[in-house]
Design a binder for this molecule. Structure first.
Ligand SMILES: [Zn+2]
Length: 366
């Protein structure tokens, strides 16, 4: 009888976890629910309290949780989860009831303080440091080519370097005025900048995102459309052709074979590091930009691709390379030379970056 009373009382009176932010002294209530006699918190409530994100992998019954820049992988219906190569047990399973996921409360009260040293749990209250702002604040825009290197040149003599710069100048204004971020350009005018100096600038500026803007060329004049790349060594033959074209700068303008060898030796190490850390986010940013550009311009969708661009290697941040259209295609050359179309391209890239920033900020801020 006493046992029953205590259970009832807990269910009605104390069945919540207080989450308190240390500096602001703001306290949020995280509601608990009893499932099979065990205290649970609804994942939806957990996410809104901690500003975390969950992604369900339906194929293999997993739930991925991203919090404070870390990933936890739960197996639905199992008490086990993994994080940073270790497995942990909550003793009670992660449950799905209808469309909702439920985490055993012990994950909040006992496991979070284990994983995050700055968290502390006492008296039914989880104390958190005031979150620091990890939002995207600095973006580096890289208008491809410049100076002695015109990039691709159309039949109508439109030069890629001009298109790239104009699109980036519009994009810079939009990002600064509408997102309040700082934008650093690898070049503001028609000058030559070596590829390695472009990513070096991004790293020196501690940039959060790196976007390189280019225009394409192909032997077939019919080739048309927009494509967005992120760094990888795996690729299709099409991607290899574009890669050869863009990397050709090193051979033509930066001193040839010896210089290529230097890039390869140095960047093999660097790119390996970058890939593991930023690959997924670079891929996400590429997807959102590509989607936005295609729907906003009605251009042909050539998709998101992976290639091994020198300019993306060594960038310690999510980085993409955008090919805004084909200068070798007479219709697209005309469009790319049009000031209004250049501004529209910038607008559609902006919308993609904005969407990505919104999601990425949520992942990086607790
Ligand atoms: Zn280019």
């Amino acid at each position: 009888m006493i046992g029953l009373l205590i259970t009832l009382c807990q269910g009605v009176l104390w069945a919540d976890i207080n989450v308190s932010f240390k500096n602001t002294r703001k306290t949020v209530l995280l509601p608990e629910t009893k499932l099979d006699g065990v205290e649970y918190v609804r994942v939806e409530h957990f996410n809104s309290t901690f500003n975390s994100i969950t992604k369900e992998e339906r194929a293999d019954q997993r739930l991925h949780l991203y919090i404070e820049g870390r990933q936890f992988v739960f197996l639905i219906g199992s008490p086990f989860y993994s994080s940073t190569d270790f497995s942990w047990s909550m003793h009670h399973p992660l449950k799905r009831v209808k469309d909702q996921f439920y985490l055993p409360s012990v994950f909040v009260t006992e496991h979070l303080p284990l994983h995050f040293k700055q968290m502390e749990y006492k008296n039914k209250t989880l104390f958190l440091p005031t979150p620091k702002d990890n939002s995207v604040k600095v973006i580096v825009l890289d208008p491809g080519h410049g100076g002695k290197d015109p990039g691709a040149v159309g039949k109508g003599r439109l030069q890629e370097k001009v298109v790239n710069l104009n699109v980036c100048l519009h994009l810079k204004r939009m990002l600064e005025e509408e997102l309040g971020v700082k934008v650093v350009m690898t070049r503001n005018d028609d000058r030559f900048v070596a590829l390695r100096d472009r990513t070096k600038l991004a790293n020196d500026q501690k940039a959060d995102l790196f976007l390189s803007v280019h225009a394409n060329a192909a032997k077939a004049r019919s080739a048309a459309g927009i494509e967005t790349y992120y760094l990888s060594t795996a690729q299709t033959s099409d991607a290899r052709a574009v890669e050869a074209l863009e990397n050709g700068v090193v051979e033509k303008y930066e001193g040839g074979e010896a210089e290529i060898a230097k890039y390869d030796a140095l960047n093999f190490i660097l790119s390996d590091l970058c890939q593991t850390e930023y690959l997924e986010n670079s891929n996400n940013m590429a997807l959102l930009i590509q989607q936005s550009m295609v729907s906003g311009t009605q251009a042909i969708d050539r998709g998101v691709k992976q290639a091994n661009f020198y300019v993306l290697r060594g960038a310690f941040m999510p980085a993409v390379l955008i090919e805004v259209g084909f200068l070798s295609n007479p219709r697209e050359e005309e469009l790319l030379g049009n000031a209004q179309y250049q501004e529209r391209l910038a607008r559609t890239i902006f919308e993609g970056v904005k969407r990505f920033k919104f999601r990425y900020d949520r992942i990086r801020n607790i």
